[in-house]
Design a protein around this ligand. Structure first.
Ligand SMILES: Cc1cc2nc3c(=O)[nH]c(=O)nc-3n(C[C@H](O)[C@H](O)[C@H](O)COP(=O)(O)OP(=O)(O)OC[C@H]3O[C@@H](n4cnc5c(N)ncnc54)[C@H](O)[C@@H]3O)c2cc1C
Length: 380
């Protein structure tokens, strides 16, 4: 057992920390208020290599391990969870998916631009009638010989308007059920592809979430990822890794709120002493720190298993369900530690509390993670 980070890991973590403090912190409150996408910051993240961290260097990626990615995700999420969801979708769903399962041509044409941030990706699985039950895909992709004809609606798509390339999951052969599902790369701007209005959200308000409509969109055959019928497996495999990224996002939101609460408790005085000297506050800090450390161990273990080539479905699900609950608990307590100041924007913790909630919902709700975990332990 070795709980120590390597020098390279520390370097990556510190670079992400500096970037978050210098580039994301200024303006984060305003972007949240105005629901403004952090375009310039995301561009810089691409230039610094934060958008294709694990992808093959041959295609512009960083060739880093999952631990490095997790460390960077935590640091970015401490400050700006809207930027980190963009980072997470691009890294763990889009780049990882194409790098692992795409053709050489797809990697050359799409991946090499996604890793550098020249182009941004989106991952489109959810539909009005297919959220947790992702097998109920209503979007169809009918085989027309040299192309597929795509029709349907996708919901809740992160980077919905800001993306350039969209991985779209659709049903090709309904009789084959989930084995008749495919995944395609669709370019923005193709005829029949419409982007719906931006969702008005509780949290991660700087990220842009849209529904998408596909009306007789022609998708070239060579844009299908993997063999015919591989789409559902592709989505599940990709999301399994994505969950580790979201768990790291939750961990970052929690640790960001904890650090703010700790600092505040050492400065704010009540009844003639700093509030951290009141045991009720000190115990809150102790609980926060303990659950954050427990989350960190789960997230790191899942990332480590992925890097070892082991199965990480169970560890990723445990990391996500636990870290996202920790994010909710810790941010709520961080607001409490701040008293009235916790309830206003300038102290950041109210935003972190709103941002935390989504980590229990997307890339598989907490209830769905518990299905994965219980099936895993009952099978063994
Ligand atoms: C801000 C945001 C960004 C998102 N980004 C993306 C994206 O980029 N790409 C994408 O494809 N999707 C995205 N999503 C969609 C997200 O993944 C889904 O919202 C999520 O999977 C839940 O699906 P649903 O909303 O249809 O809820 P439902 O599936 O309708 O679930 C409703 C409730 O029922 C529970 N439930 C459902 N089935 C069961 C069961 N079998 N047992 C116990 N409980 C159950 C759920 O846990 C939940 O509490 C995003 C969503 C949001 C809000």
């Amino acid at each position: 057992m070795d709980f120590k980070l390597t020098e390279e890991h520390i370097m990556i973590r510190d670079a992400a920390r500096d970037f978050a403090r210098n580039e994301l912190l200024p303006g984060v409150i305003e972007r949240d208020e105005k629901q403004e996408f952090p375009s310039e910051q995301i561009k810089k993240m691409g230039e610094l290599g934060f958008l294709g961290m694990m992808a093959s260097p041959e295609f512009g990626g960083g060739g880093m391990d999952t631990i490095s990615y997790i460390l960077a995700m935590e640091e970015i999420s401490k400050i700006d969870a809207s930027a980190s969801v963009v980072m997470s979708v691009n890294n763990s769903l889009v780049c990882w998916g194409i790098d692992t399962y795409g053709s050489q041509e797809q990697k050359k044409k799409y991946l090499s631009k996604l890793t550098t941030g020249e182009k941004l990706g989106a991952f489109c699985l959810s539909e009005p009638e297919a959220g947790s039950d992702a097998t109920s895909q209503r979007t169809t992709a009918i085989d027309k010989g040299d192309h597929y004809l795509l029709n349907g609606t996708k919901n809740w798509i992160t980077n919905g308007n800001s993306a350039d390339y969209y991985i779209v999951i659709a049903q090709t052969d309904r009789e084959k059920k989930h084995k008749g599902i495919n995944a395609f790369i669709v370019e923005k701007g193709v005829e029949g592809f419409e982007i719906g209005p931006k969702e008005q959200k509780m949290g991660i308000r700087g990220s842009d979430t849209h529904s998408l409509n596909f009306n007789d969109v022609k998708v070239p055959k060579e844009n299908r990822i993997g063999e015919d019928g591989f789409g559902f497996k592709f989505a599940m495999k990709t999301l399994s890794g994505g969950r580790i990224g979201i768990a790291a996002q939750a961990l970052g939101i929690a640790s960001g709120a904890y650090e703010l609460a700790l600092d505040y408790s050492k400065q704010r005085k009540a009844f003639g002493t700093e509030i951290c000297n009141h045991q009720a506050i000190a115990f809150k800090l102790a609980d926060m720190y303990t659950s954050i450390e427990a989350s960190r161990h789960l997230v790191m273990k899942a990332a480590w298993e992925k890097d070892q080539g082991a199965n990480y479905d169970l560890s990723g699900a445990m990391a996500k369900v636990y870290a996202s609950k920790t994010a909710m608990d810790v941010t709520t307590e961080a607001v409490q530690v701040h008293g009235g100041n916790g309830y206003v924007k300038e102290y950041h913790v109210e935003r972190l509390m709103r941002d935390a909630k989504i980590t229990q919902i997307y890339e598989g709700t907490s209830e769905i993670q518990k299905i994965v975990i219980s099936r895993g332990i009952l099978r063994d």
